[in-house]
Each structure stands twice: as structure tokens, then as C-alpha cells.
Design a protein around this ligand. Structure first.
Ligand SMILES: [Fe+2]
Length: 338
């Protein structure tokens, strides 16, 4: 029986980390402006329909791909593997499971594998990517939030347990999780934080209409850059797109802000989380504990829990678990009643 604290020391192939996300956007110029001027990403290449961007410390060609489209969605989330041999082992592994696993050609990437996970999330694996100049010390190019590297994804899933059961056998460790007590039914898994690279998360699943991409996250070099991002947002007219924060999560301990891009895709900018390398028991949080999400400050708005990006070609379904998390609207209603 699969347990949350199981550590798979020898997975069938070696996934190393969250790597790159491919977004469909309606106005390529508007999105390019948002991600370069506010977020501070660097353009690696572009043509009439696609822009490839990377963070300032990233050596790989891209961590964000923007594709012009008539409707916004997420095409794929990408993960890196150690070697091309791992890609081939994964190809065989997924075919043996009866999945539609395909080796595909993708610009700027080496051998690339497309497959959907068990809840329908379109994944893209590669082991190599065209190398670019690391801009870490090119301080004269720092502007906006000065985003450094893509760190993780958070997804909504209609069946969080099913998602966890897919990723854990692939070597993902659970760093933290959220549970909720249902009357007469005991504890239910509401959210799970899974990692491969030795920090709290590469991919997170929380209960909700899914699968949908809730957010993707970039690290910032310093807390001051977070405040600078807010100031730049104000100066560039992006202030209404600052959705949450600054704040401090209980889970992961990250200091965070969240923006919505011109298509409503949600991006987190954060720093200050911890190492998770040793096989340690996962930390559990009660969904009703407000400090799991915010160590201080106000809870997230209701739209935080209801709005997310659909995956191209994967219609989301409502969750079987009907649990409402604490929201700002509920908090204010209770404050008014008091
Ligand atoms: Fe996050």
C-alpha cells in the first residue's frame, strides 16, 4: 500500500526537476512585454508566433514558451531528465502502462517525450536543451522582478490522491501535504507537495476543478526584488494584476507574490524556501489552519481557488471532494458578523 512517506530510491528513470512551461497566449506582444519588463525574463529567441524566454540564472534555452493562440491555455508542462537513456526508459515504461507516449521534435530541445499523466496533464520530458549564456552576473540586464529560474508548478486536480499515486513511484518525495477532516469520513488528502530536486516542490496538486495549471513559479534573487516588482507593476500599469501578497506561506516558508498575466495565467515570484534532500517524514497541515497558507496577513480571495488555466485538449472535471478552503470573502463575512 503506497504511503505518503515512501521514498523511492531507484525510480524507473531519473526525472531531475521542473523545467519549462508552454503557454498559449492571445496577444504575443502584450505577453512578451509583461514577462520581460515586469518579470524580468530574457528572450532567447522569437519568431512571428513564438517567444522563448529564460530566467537570469538559467543556462538552458527556455523555461517559458509563449505561443500565439486564439484562446489561452497551457500546452504542456516540462520536466528535465538526467540523460537520453532516461527518456527512452520512460518511453518504454509509459508504453507498457498502455499510455500514448510519443518521441517528438521540439525546437531547441534534444530527445523529447510527450505523455499525459494519470489525471490528464500533458507532460514534456527532455534531457538536453540548447545552452545559452547564464546572465546571473550581467547585472546591467536586471530589471523588473529579475526572475532567476523556474522552480515549480502548482496544479488543481479533481483527484489529488490519483495524482500523488502517479508521481511518487517516479521518485517524487512528499515534502508537505494538506488534509481535511470530513464529517464521519476521517481525513482526506486535499493537497500534496512533491519534489525531485531537493527543495519543497517541483509539482504540487491541490483539490479543485482539474486538471488545470494554477500557477508556475520563478525564484527571485532577493526580497527587495519582490518589492521592486510591485513598484514596477504600479509604474507599468500592471498593479491590477497583482493578485496576492506579498505574504509568507506556512507550507514551504516562501515569501511570495502572485501576478496574473495578460491572459490570466498565474505566476508566482518567491524566495526563501528550504532544502528537502534527506528522507524525512512529510509535514501535514490541517486545511482549516490559516497559517498553512499565510503566516500573517489576509487569506486568498475566492478566485484563487476557482480560477486557473486549462490544459489544451484536456477538459477539466469537478472534484469529487467538496471541501471549501478558507477564503478572504468568508473571513470578511465572519469579521462583519462579529
Ligand atoms: Fe507555488
Amino acid at each position: 500500500m503506497q504511503q505518503l512517506n515512501d521514498v523511492i530510491l531507484h525510480p524507473p528513470f531519473n526525472i531531475t526537476r521542473a523545467s519549462h512551461v508552454v503557454l498559449n497566449v492571445q496577444d504575443l506582444e502584450a505577453s512578451k512585454h509583461f514577462y520581460t519588463e515586469l518579470i524580468g525574463l530574457v528572450i532567447s529567441d522569437e519568431n512571428a508566433t513564438t517567444v522563448w524566454l529564460r530566467g537570469l540564472e538559467e543556462r538552458g534555452h527556455h523555461s517559458l514558451v509563449l505561443r500565439k493562440s486564439s484562446s489561452p491555455s497551457c500546452a504542456r508542462i516540462g520536466m528535465r531528465m538526467q540523460t537520453d537513456d532516461d527518456i527512452m526508459r520512460a518511453h518504454d515504461y509509459f508504453l507498457q502502462q498502455g499510455k500514448s507516449a510519443r518521441l517528438v521534435d521540439v525546437p531547441w530541445q534534444g530527445l523529447t517525450l510527450h505523455v499525459n499523466d494519470d489525471i490528464g496533464v500533458p507532460l514534456e520530458f527532455c534531457a538536453t536543451m540548447e545552452p545559452c549564456e547564464r546572465m546571473l552576473k550581467a547585472y546591467h540586464h536586471y530589471h523588473g522582478a529579475s526572475a532567476q529560474r523556474l522552480d515549480h508548478y502548482q496544479l488543481q486536480a479533481s483527484d489529488v490522491e490519483k495524482a500523488w499515486r502517479f508521481y511518487q513511484p517516479l521518485g517524487f518525495k512528499v515534502s508537505e501535504y494538506t488534509w481535511s477532516e470530513l464529517a464521519g469520513e476521517g481525513e482526506h488528502l486535499w493537497g500534496v507537495w512533491l519534489e525531485r530536486k531537493g527543495n519543497p516542490h517541483d509539482i504540487v496538486f491541490t483539490n479543485g476543478t482539474g486538471p488545470r495549471l494554477h500557477h508556475f513559479a520563478y525564484t527571485l534573487p532577493d526580497t527587495n526584488d519582490m518589492i521592486r516588482a510591485c513598484d514596477v507593476a504600479g509604474a507599468l500599469g500592471y498593479a491590477p494584476m497583482l493578485e496576492r501578497g506579498p505574504g509568507r506561506h506556512g507550507i514551504s516558508g516562501a515569501l511570495f507574490i502572485y501576478f496574473r498575466d495578460p491572459d490570466g495565467h498565474r505566476i508566482e515570484l518567491f524566495n526563501t524556501h528550504y532544502q528537502h534532500i534527506d528522507p524525512e517524514p512529510a509535514i501535514g497541515w490541517d486545511l482549516a489552519d490559516p497559517k498553512r497558507a499565510d503566516q500573517w496577513g489576509l487569506p486568498a480571495q475566492n478566485k484563487w481557488f476557482t480560477e486557473a488555466t486549462v490544459f489544451e485538449g484536456t477538459p477539466p472535471t469537478a472534484p469529487s471532494l467538496n471541501i471549501s478552503p478558507p477564503t478572504l470573502e468568508r473571513f470578511l463575512a465572519m469579521a462583519n458578523d462579529a
